[in-house]
Design a protein around this ligand. Sequence first.
Ligand code: IPM
Ligand code: MN
Length: 368
Amino acid sequence: MKKVNIVTLPGDGIGPEVTAVAVDVLTEAARQAGVEITVTEHLFGGCCYEKNGVPVTDEILDSCKQAKIVLLGAVGGPQWDNLSADKRPEAGLLKLRKELGVYANLRPIQVYPALAGASTLKEEVIEGTDILIVRELTGGIYFGEPRYTSEENGDPFSVDTMKYSRSEVQRVARVAFEAAQKRDKRVCSVDKANVLESSRMWRKSILEIADEYPDVELSHMLVDNCAMQIIRDPKQFDVMVTGNLFGDILSDAASMLTGSLGMLPSASLGGENGLYEPVHGSAPDIAGQGVANPLAAVASAALLCRYSLHLESAAQNIEAAIQKVLESGLRTADLYSEEPGTTLANTHQIADMLLKTVSNKEMITHQA
Ligand code: IPM
Ligand code: MN
């Protein structure tokens, strides 16, 4: 059997609980597709800081670069909130993204029919929503220089820099165009070109390459309007491409279309590297209780199969298992609302059903 080594970084809070489920499901789905997954696990984020004084070490970064495929849980917690900027768990995450060069962050927003009632938005508004947010991940205001805090006439001030170069914009735009070619062939580029220089560069750079994708319809939208349109009529979007900060904010807003932030997976791609992480955070308030929703982590493992292992069948097997769980009515607390036909479940019960469903496919295949 072909062997593939991946690195896992379970991290903090509920990270370890959801990553454990994702690894089990991934291992089983890959095995059926003829690939044996081996796992190298490292500390990352707050727990790494506790042991090493930094949220990520050079050795851990090297190990990730070598494996090229990384599955991450979540980082952060209140006990690390007052650390200096470079020691915070989030700094480790930003460094990892930058060092791996994973500039394109794919965040698919899909409404599972079984969950359409779990959203705070009206069912008829969200049902059928299928958006792919492509967020630029290694540039923009998250990384721009200069960045500092100083003082002027006794008044302290801080500076961040939103900077985008043409090449940075065009490479992530290409990911969006290519994704659109495999979907509904529409790209909406989101910016603030009525105010920001960096957004005017963003728009111009995308227009320069749009001709290379004649089969894809390109539109532009200002980010404030986009925030409103996501809530008003999410079905109008196919692929959305935007900068680092705008993508961060819009993807949290869009997550509520699916019923819970706990449902959203992500894949961050660049060159041969892939970093897979649920969009939700470490949820320290429920950590260690065995009640976390593992579905975003598991869906991230499906994306890992699709984009890094090129095992589309394994990806679909995992995604079908998620659907099956939701259709069975099992719900972790974040999704549970006493709706008839639903049952409150813990992480373990969800994991159990996922694994049974994923392995069951093997029986069906063998019988066929
Ligand atoms: C995300 C998170 C991160 C981000 C934080 C934890 C640094 O909010 O992945 O969306 O802002 O990118
Ligand atoms: Mn975010």
